[in-house]
Design a protein around this ligand. Structure first.
Ligand code: ARG
Length: 299
């Protein structure tokens, strides 16, 4: 089903009617040896230039990787590259996907900032070395802005993409995803520059439940989310901004890994029956990223 849905009127299906999708078993992270804030491309980075405590960042990164290993995931490490401080945000350079044939491919990003564009070829080389085919976000000569899993999420367990656009990714990217992967896409326009990626304002927990920041979406986007996730949990604005609580990650429909200190968010997540695992990503918050952006789920 190659359709992009922008409003509930176009939603001619319920997620549970769509084909199932196997869960990923691997987690790819780029080490933090070259991480810092070296330029400002989102509101969080302002005032944090060159302020990263590298040793602390490396320790926080290692602790996060250990959490995924402890949950039973196979962890992979990509070697960081000097001069590419944001490579560590591995959700952004690509979108791994399974074609209807069963083949795994990766759609490579066209990053908005020139500072980050060279990261894509580093990640592409990683895929190529592992024999995975990569696909381009282009239409003829024209490049389509797209920031991978920062903006495009798989609906838990189903062949359905939920995509954000407006800041880093263009709406057009979802026409391409729908066409290439033969999947329906629910496209949500983002409206608040503090929530510049979908993974800063939406965190699916399972096929019924998601955390979200209502004010980051248009009314028609909120209506779509209400239809997709019968149990929507609001994240308080202060925790969503100060702690990027919506950038927490639920890899297995059971555990929610999140920046520590989001007391009210955690209370709501636990009340919904999920287990909270708190981590410290304080150094990465300076760059506008936390748990979800620091890793890429891979087959
Ligand atoms: N400094 C990075 C940027 O602005 C942070 C990216 C965070 N990633 C994310 N998926 N939210 O691009």
């Amino acid at each position: 089903m190659k359709i992009v849905v922008d409003s509930v009127e176009g939603l001619g299906f319920a997620p549970h009617e769509l084909a199932e999708r196997p869960a990923e078993v691997g987690v790819l992270m780029a080490d933090a040896a070259h991480f810092d804030v070296e330029y400002v491309i989102n509101p969080f980075m302002e005032g944090h230039l060159h302020s990263v405590d590298r040793a602390r960042a490396v320790a926080q990164w290692q602790a996060l990787q250990a959490v995924y290993a402890g949950l039973g995931y196979q962890t992979h490490t990509l070697a960081s590259v000097e001069g590419l401080p944001d490579l560590v945000f591995m959700a952004n350079q690509s979108f791994p996907a399974q074609l209807p044939t069963g083949e795994w491919v990766a759609l490579m990003s066209v990053m908005e900032s020139h500072h980050r564009r060279p990261e894509v070829e580093v990640v592409e080389a990683w895929y190529t070395a592992r024999g995975a085919r990569t696909l381009r976000m282009t239409k003829g000569d024209h490049l389509i802005p797209f920031e991978g899993m920062g903006d495009a999420h798989w609906f838990p367990g189903r062949r359905l993409v939920v995509g954000g656009y407006g800041f880093r990714t263009s709406r057009e990217a979802y026409d391409r995803i729908a066409a290439v992967l033969d999947v329906p896409v629910v496209a949500l326009r983002l409206t608040d520059p503090r929530f510049y990626h979908l993974d800063t304002c939406l965190a699916p927990l399972d096929a019924e439940t998601a955390l979200y920041v209502p004010s980051a979406f248009e009314a028609r986007g909120r209506a779509l989310l209400e239809r997709l996730f019968p149990r929507l949990i609001e994240v308080p604005l202060d925790e969503a901004v100060d702690l990027l609580a919506c950038n927490g990650h639920c890899p297995d429909q059971r555990h929610f890994v999140v920046q520590r200190g989001a007391t009210e968010t955690n209370r709501r997540v636990q009340a919904a029956g999920f287990d909270v695992i708190e981590v410290d990503t304080g150094e990465f918050l300076k760059s506008g990223g936390s748990v979800f952006c620091m890793k890429l789920m891979i087959p």
